[in-house]
Design a protein around this ligand. Structure first.
Ligand code: HEC
Ligand code: HEC
Ligand code: HEC
Ligand code: HEC
Length: 382
């Protein structure tokens, strides 16, 4: 009798512990030797790369020849220099990426953006949005390469970004945010997914992913009389953003930082530099493309598909999770852009103003130890 109880008592904790730990693990070293932390991931629960849809058909080289879209259609402002075949191939793909007819039987398909009686008309607001998004995607792929420039050595040959990267078959990407507005709790103590359920200020996005608030908060000196001018609230807001970046990419803090000194660039991993450019890229996306569309976004009670704004009336914007969706390389690094050169502005076409990207690169040049230097240091020897 005694013995039976004993076995049972021993079995319970063993089962409880075992329950958390069954299955194959994958251990990866994150960070420099010596101070590195091992990232232990469960193979079974590791996010698998999302299904990336294949192009609608193969675009053979001869299909890129022939009449240009601008000579055949009436109102083509961006894609005029591609062939008619390539134009239709792009239309078929964006339909699958944004509003596939099989998933949205009532509203999806070409008519999600078009009046079928007049394809040239811009009367459906989604077509106007889609044109701006085309410009935005080109800007991302052409001007923000330092974000993608990582130690996989791929540079601009990397995965790149298409409409699918954010949309994944939905008219509104699943991961988005809008201003939270003045709350009663100074924007705190409302555990939200955006800050990985920490009760940190939940509107760090307005401050840092639309606004240009200073994210760095650590004092430059050990002495209390030479503090940084950051308040406790602003350090919490920084922490909220860091929680989001970790969760958005499915990584730990040490994926980017050396935990010995969170602020120092020289000791950080190259990925922190990708992230630094990523923050500035997201500001560019949110301010110069999404918010810039202004009244094009329907409010409550307007528009054919419902409300497209947050509680404060601003449109739904992008954060790290919009593209990354919990994985450090979106879609497991699948190279999707290579099938869509028009999303990178080929054929000598002018792309949208590159000013914000150029500004970020200038800022990087002037930093105490430049993020660029950290990337160079981590590049594998040729
Ligand atoms: C997500 C929105 C969207 C969807 C869905 C979409 N289109 Fe378009 N379409 C556009 C945009 C934006 C333009 C204008 C492109 C430009 O200005 O370069 C356009 C232009 C066109 C034009 C040129 C019309 C003219 O004379 O100016 C045709 C033809 C066309 N689309 C066909 C289609 C077909 C066929 C489908 C379905 C397979 C489709 N589109 C689905 C956004 C969309
Ligand atoms: C527009 C889509 C998009 C957004 C938004 C975005 N990223 Fe990325 N990011 C990518 C792509 C695509 C890659 C990698 C491509 C490849 O592997 O070739 C990448 C790579 C990275 C890497 C390098 C990953 C590695 O394994 O080396 C880091 C770090 C990163 N992003 C951080 C961020 C952070 C932080 C944010 C938010 C501030 C962010 N990204 C927002 C698309 C995006
Ligand atoms: C960096 C992420 C990102 C990329 C890349 C992106 N979009 Fe979007 N798109 C968004 C967000 C966020 C919204 C939602 C804004 C809102 O509803 O306020 C949106 C909304 C839209 C809408 C409006 C849908 C509706 O029902 O109101 C259309 C159409 C659209 N995008 C087309 C495109 C096309 C076409 C591409 C590729 C050329 C593209 N997008 C690339 C983030 C992105
Ligand atoms: C994807 C990369 C990435 C991850 C993951 C990340 N950080 Fe950061 N962190 C950065 C970048 C980039 C900056 C600097 C931002 C800037 O200057 O615009 C930064 C800044 C900071 C700062 C301010 C440093 C200073 O000089 O004042 C602290 C503190 C910090 N991070 C802590 C954390 C913590 C804690 C975590 C985990 C919860 C974390 N970070 C996760 C990239 C990352």
């Amino acid at each position: 009798m005694m013995r039976k109880h004993f076995t049972l008592l021993a079995a319970v904790p063993a089962l409880m512990l075992g329950g958390c730990e069954i299955g194959t693990k994958v251990v990866e070293q994150q960070g420099p030797n010596g101070v590195a932390i091992a990232d232990i991931k469960h193979k079974a629960t590791m996010k698998v790369a999302a299904e990336v849809p294949a192009p609608p058909y193969e675009l053979t080289p001869d299909m890129r020849e022939g009449d240009r879209a601008k000579d055949v259609y009436e109102n083509v402002q961006l894609l005029g220099d591609v062939s008619v075949d390539e134009f239709n191939y792009i239309m078929a793909s964006i339909t699958e990426w944004i509003a596939p007819a099989d998933q949205y039987p009532e509203t999806g398909g070409c008519n999600y953006c078009h009046n079928p009686e007049n394809m040239a008309s811009d009367e459906v607001y989604t077509k106007v949005v889609a044109r701006k998004m085309l410009q935005m995607t080109r800007n991302i792929n052409a001007n923000w390469t330092p974000h993608f420039n990582n130690n996989y050595g791929q540079g601009s040959e990397g995965a790149g970004v298409t409409c699918w990267t954010c949309h994944r078959g939905n008219p509104v990407p699943a991961n988005n945010w809008a201003a939270a507005g003045p709350g009663k709790k100074l924007g705190q103590n409302s555990p939200l997914i955006q800050t990985a359920y920490a009760s940190l200020p939940y509107d760090s996005f307005s401050a840092y992913l639309a606004g240009k608030g200073p994210i760095r908060v650590i004092g430059k000196s050990a002495y209390p009389n030479q503090p940084s001018d950051a308040s406790i609230v602003s350090t919490e807001t920084t922490y909220g953003l860091m929680m989001h970046m970790s969760q958005g990419l499915g990584v730990n803090c040490t994926f980017c930082h050396n935990s010995q000194n969170f602020g120092k660039w020289d000791d950080s991993r190259a990925q922190r530099v990708n992230a630094w450019y990523g923050i500035r890229m997201v500001r560019d996306i949110n301010n110069n493309y999404i918010t810039a569309l202004g009244d094009t976004w329907p409010a409550n009670g307007e528009g054919p598909y419902g409300n497209r704004r947050g509680p404060e009336g601003d449109p739904l914007k992008v954060n790290c999770a919009t593209c990354h969706n919990g994985i450090n390389r979106p879609m497991g690094g699948a190279k999707m852009l290579k099938d869509y050169p028009a999303l990178k502005a080929p054929h000598g076409m002018a792309i949208a103003a590159a000013a914000p990207a150029a500004e970020a690169m200038e800022e990087a040049e002037t930093m105490e130890a430049t993020p660029v230097a950290a990337v160079e240091a981590e590049k594998p020897a040729a």
